[in-house]
Design a protein around this ligand. Structure first.
Ligand SMILES: Nc1ncnc2c1ncn2[C@@H]1O[C@H](COP(=O)(O)OP(=O)(O)OP(=O)(O)O)[C@@H](O)[C@H]1O
Ligand SMILES: [Mg+2]
Length: 698
């Protein structure tokens, strides 16, 4: 069921319309009429005969004509019967402004509303929303501000208060919108439904989301991925800190998942996550105004060395590639700048240059094929007419034959501020701080790179012996265990095609000796018991056993210690393992995220993980390419590239292992938690030496 009638209805009923000023039913009706809606409007009110010059009806069923959209603003207890009437009337979409549902703990009524809507093929927005704006059709069905500027940014918000405040802000800052949607409790229509609509909406170029929590994380990511290939999505996700997360949870009754997972998930589908509202709107403005770059080569033009350095540093940090063909730069720009200037990138026209220098250099840069984007830095100078500077920039950008992304940083006083406003009003994204200009350019490039990636996101076909895997799982279930034994977990990973050092369970010293002979010394012995979780804590792991004599002693010692510490433990025996040479120890974890389902975590093993929390997350499954990306995400990744004369480790093989493990955790939902700790990365290949798995409770 499409959302078309929610945005482009031919007729609207306002249920709870009122002729009393400052009532919500008054504000909505007035906004619909005054913002210039062209279709038919029907006020519904049990007591009144006429509202704002329109005939009022007691019930929507009394209206003879068809109604596409109903906006409901009446007390919660009357909503279900009215929604039923809407269904009977054949209404296509309902906006439930009323609050007093799941946000105060009443999810039951909400479920009922959705059931009614489903039965009649109707869609519901809300409850607990301020409404919908769709500027291309002059629709403002909200009780928020009226004169929304037309533009091409769509804004979807979970918070009503923030949404209304930001609508005001866009007007103040001259930002044009295509749509505003308040999603509230998301009983039916949620963020992914809206993305599916806005993705194909020709009037929308950029989508801005304010999210507190997601109910169906996977569905959202699928819609976002498809959308990102067509147009940029910018998101503000509240609840970044632990405390903030709690506030968000109680606010709309949705759980805020671990923030790291959110960031990772957004990244995976190309969503640009902004830290602040200000940043989000700056990016939205940039992405809505700016042409799409053809390539990565960026040029900086400046009249001050200092700001040039600031901007260059920011570019380096953010991954903006500065054009570095110095011979070409000299040949092209040297003749245009004063003798003391620099034609390297940044092009430094020096503090003596006037506004016309900016004009000449900018024109050249816009003409030159080798330049893909331009950052202009200007420190207000007495010799420059700042107002004219702004005029020239606007002119050149407007008249350029080849459109390129251009941003401006302007540091100055009162005149500077005026020029900034002028630039922004005329479609040139401009900022005070040079870093802000760079970050905004970065947002554009981030999206551009993502949208240009190879689009085939086909899932890998992983050969897994599922029969074998489930036979192991079922056996543990029969024994009433949720914890798998180490050799069981290892058998499962082997059935997924992962490389593990040889291992064999022994229940006597004789068996252990035999196993060791077969595997070959040196070996590692480990206690096996579902009751002993941390083996090495109790001396249950012995590495580097070189011969039979050492084995016998180690075997006895492990058994003695285990029985002493855990007299009641069910000891299954001792696992005899092939010893793996020294390498870098890695942890790969899989778990269930409440919003996104199976996620995979990666970090350096052992104490590093606990202390530094230097880990990366991804929503599973991921392919090898994403896994390589994930490896580069952690701060300590250089250890894998070899430090202090060590050789580079087999990162390729590590990525393959991470990808396989992510597919495994996605394909086998029975296993809700897995810790591969450690996986040892060698110069060639890598080996999993310890793994723990936990089954889902049934
Ligand atoms: N087969 C092996 N080859 C080389 N080193 C090993 C091997 N098995 C274990 N080790 C080393 O011993 C350490 C501890 O082993 P392991 O991870 O199996 O026990 P553990 O961490 O105490 O168990 P748990 O993870 O259940 O707490 C590993 O981090 C690794 O350095
Ligand atoms: Mg371990």
């Amino acid at each position: 069921m499409s959302l078309e009638k929610l945005f482009i209805p031919e007729s609207i009923a306002v249920i709870g319309a009122s002729s009393k000023k400052r009532k919500i039913g008054y504000e909505i009706l007035e906004n619909i009429i005054e913002y210039g809606y062209k279709g038919k409007v029907y006020p519904i009110n049990i007591n009144e005969k006429e509202i704002m010059g329109l005939k009022a009806y007691k019930s929507i069923l009394d209206v003879k004509a068809d109604i596409d959209l109903a906006v409901i603003a009446i007390p919660a207890k009357f909503v279900p019967s009215v929604v039923l009437e809407c269904g009977k009337k054949g209404v296509k979409a309902v906006i439930i402004i009323s609050s007093g549902f799941s946000e105060i703990g009443d999810s039951k009524t909400e479920t009922l509303l959705v059931e009614i809507a489903k039965k009649y093929g109707m869609r519901i927005l809300g409850p607990n929303v301020f409404g919908v704006v769709y500027t291309p059709h002059c629709l403002n069905a909200t009780f928020g501000p009226r004169d929304i500027l037309k533009g091409n940014i769509a804004f979807v918000t979970q918070s009503g208060a923030i949404g209304i405040a930001l609508m005001d802000k866009t007007r103040a800052e001259n930002i044009g919108l295509s749509a505003v949607v308040s999603v509230g409790n998301k009983a039916d229509i949620d963020d992914s439904d809206l993305l599916d609509f806005l993705k194909d909406d020709k009037n929308t170029k950029v989508i801005l989301l304010y999210i507190e929590g997601l109910k169906k994380g996977r569905k959202f990511l699928e819609s976002a991925l498809e959308t990102s290939f067509k147009k940029p999505i910018i998101a503000i996700k509240s609840g970044r800190t632990e405390k903030g997360a709690k506030a968000a949870a109680s606010h709309t009754g949705s759980l805020a998942g671990s923030d790291k997972v959110f960031s990772a998930a957004f990244n995976q589908v190309g969503i640009l996550r902004a830290d602040t509202m200000g940043e989000a709107f700056e990016w939205a403005r940039m992405l809505s105004l700016s042409p799409i770059p053809k390539g990565e080569r960026c040029l900086i033009i400046t009249n001050g060395g200092g700001v040039g350095v600031l901007a260059t540093d920011a570019c380096e940090k953010e991954g903006i590639k500065l054009l570095d063909d110095y011979k070409y730069l000299e040949d092209t720009f040297k003749p245009l700048i004063p003798e003391f200037g620099s034609a390297k990138n940044p092009i430094d026209i020096t503090g003596q240059s006037r506004e016309d220098s900016y004009k000449i250099i900018l024109r050249k840069a816009l003409e030159e094929e080798k330049i893909d984007s331009i950052i202009i830095l200007y420190c207000e100078a007495a010799v420059v007419d700042t107002d004219k500077f702004a005029e020239y920039i606007i002119e050149e950008v407007k008249n350029a034959k080849t459109k390129k992304p251009v941003v401006v940083s302007l540091i100055g006083g009162e005149k500077g501020e005026k020029a900034l406003t002028k630039l922004n009003k005329n479609g040139v994204p401009s900022f005070e701080e040079p870093e802000r200009a760079v970050y905004t350019m970065t947002a554009l490039y981030k999206w551009w790179r993502f949208a240009n990636r190879k689009k085939s996101k086909k899932k890998r076909d992983i050969m897994m012996d599922k029969e074998k895997i489930y036979s192991i799982i079922n056996k543990a279930r029969e024994e009433g265990r949720l914890q798998l034994l180490e050799q069981e977990a290892k058998d499962i990973l082997k059935a997924c095609g992962l490389d593990l050092p040889k291992y064999k369970l022994a229940t006597t010293i004789e068996e252990a000796l035999k196993a060791a002979e077969k595997i070959g010394y040196p070996i590692v012995l480990k206690i096996v018991s579902e009751d002993i979780i941390h083996k090495s804590d109790i001396g249950g792991v012995k590495v580097g056993i070189k011969n039979a004599k050492e084995l016998k002693n180690a075997y006895k010692e492990i058994m003695y210690r285990a029985k002493k510490r855990y007299p009641k433990a069910n000891i299954r025996g001792i696992l005899v393992n092939e010893m793996v040479e020294k390498g870098v120890e890695i942890i790969v974890g899989c778990s269930e995220d409440p919003q996104f389902g199976p996620v995979i975590m990666f970090g350096l093993g052992g104490i590093y993980v606990e202390v530094l929390k230097d880990v990366a997350f991804r929503v599973a499954p991921i392919d090898k390419e994403d896994a390589l990306d994930m490896i580069d995400d952690i701060k300590s990744y250089p250890l894998l590239y070899g430090v202090r004369g060590e050789k580079r480790k087999d990162i390729n093989s590590l990525a393959e292992n991470i990808s396989l493990l992510s597919y495994f955790s996605h394909e086998i939902p029975e296993i809700v938690e897995m810790d591969v700790n450690p996986l040892i990365v060698l110069e060639e290949g890598c080996k999993i030496v310890d793994v723990r798995m936990t089954l889902k409770e049934v």
